[in-house]
Design a protein around this ligand. Sequence first.
Ligand SMILES: Cc1cc2nc3c(=O)[nH]c(=O)nc-3n(C[C@H](O)[C@H](O)[C@H](O)COP(=O)(O)OP(=O)(O)OC[C@H]3O[C@@H](n4cnc5c(N)ncnc54)[C@H](O)[C@@H]3O)c2cc1C
Length: 458
Amino acid sequence: MTSPRAEHALQVAVVGGGITGLCAGWHAARKWGADAVRVLEAGEGPGGTTRSDREGGYILDWGPNGFLDREPATLEWLEALGAAALLRRADETAAKRYILRHGQLHRVAGPPAFFLSPLLSPMGRLRVCCEPLVPAKRDHTGESIHDFAQRRIGREAAETLVGPMVSGVFGGDARQLSLEHCFPRMAEMERVHGGLFRALLAKRKTNPKASPVGPSGTLTTLENGIGQLPEIAAEALGGAFAPRSPVRKIAPSGGEYQVSCENGDVWRARNVVVACPAYAAAPMLAETAPGAADALNAIPYAGMAVVCAGYKRDRVAHPLDGFGFLVPRDGSLRMLGCLWTSSIFPHQAPADGVLLRTMLGGATDPNVLSLTDTELVELVAGELNPLLGITGQPDLLRVFRHPRGIPQYTLGHGSRLEALERCEAEHPGLVFAGNAYRGVGLNDCVLSARRAVDRLRA
Ligand SMILES: Cc1cc2nc3c(=O)[nH]c(=O)nc-3n(C[C@H](O)[C@H](O)[C@H](O)COP(=O)(O)OP(=O)(O)OC[C@H]3O[C@@H](n4cnc5c(N)ncnc54)[C@H](O)[C@@H]3O)c2cc1C
């Protein structure tokens, strides 16, 4: 063990410099001043999974490619960071989404086009139409997303429409994930309105444009990719952002906390926001809060690989007129889906180029991460080229790996959250934030950062 290099006193130590930690650090610094705050980040730079590279006119996002512009807390933070003018919203083309079925890309459509679409069999469509007749679930036992969808809209729609959406958002397995924790609004639609169609009709009364297809809000990035957000946030924090500071242990000490880093630094802090991944937080708290450490260790993560390929436009026959496509887990293709990034955000590719981002892995295919980069690229080319009419080689290829990329809110997640809430109550000033708890989207991370700072001791 390294001997302590120095002991510094803080109002707030934030562990982890991903979007959550940066946002929590920024709010804390606004409240108490930057000198009283440190965002302790294990790596060389800010952002965690949220980073972007820029190469040959392409913008390559490592993980997330944007956030939905429906969350005021995110927009307010960007405004306060002076980044509002850098926002770039998805092109209207991106409203079209596709699903692969029987070797063909089918547009996902709401009613009335849905009833004529061959995406589902006639029986499958008929079963979806019966949704208003399905009684609401009366008991409050946990239910997987798949079981909920199968119960309400039938097995075919659950596997063809809902399963791919779950891999798209969570890299998850709909049979394992908890509806209540992954899609709380969907659970509420049944609880409050008795069903999904009824909830949509009620929503249309207040918002006639409400659509059953795709998320509400517009996908939004920044001029230089979503990775520009953590870069700006870290710059705003100045000396309060401390890279190369991997935290080893958090221990209570005289009404405060002692936060020890692997590099020998020791920080005394009145408050600690734990904003690193759950598996990284568990060993830090093993002595102080063993119950919380067990709960953190019980949150599984799914690995993801992202293959970015840039082509000259004339090498791709498909019009790429949409957001991209998702693939049901029916054994047809191994990839989870492909985003047509240059159609969503035209500024992320050169004028004569297109950028495709293929996602692989997730909870249903963890073994894909053991392939080499060359094997991943070959796998993607083998599946994508015939589907999109791609000929020749890409101008640019990059593979990004996230071995433990997305936390999985499996059934039982509620009891893990309860254990962490007990730990927060027993240790005033110690708060958990980040994508492992109440939502994996960037907006959820911003909300969780604000929740954390609101709970800190003055
Ligand atoms: C492939 C992929 C695509 C995605 N797409 C989207 C999308 O399009 N839209 C969207 O909204 N969300 C998306 N997400 C989800 C979103 O990116 C994440 O939920 C979010 O970035 C998590 O931020 P975070 O700060 O909570 O965690 P992280 O980004 O994981 O940051 C945690 C930080 O903690 C640091 N850390 C770890 N251990 C220690 C330690 N011991 N001491 C100090 N620091 C430590 C890490 O180095 C890291 O920087 C995607 C995720 C992936 C993987």
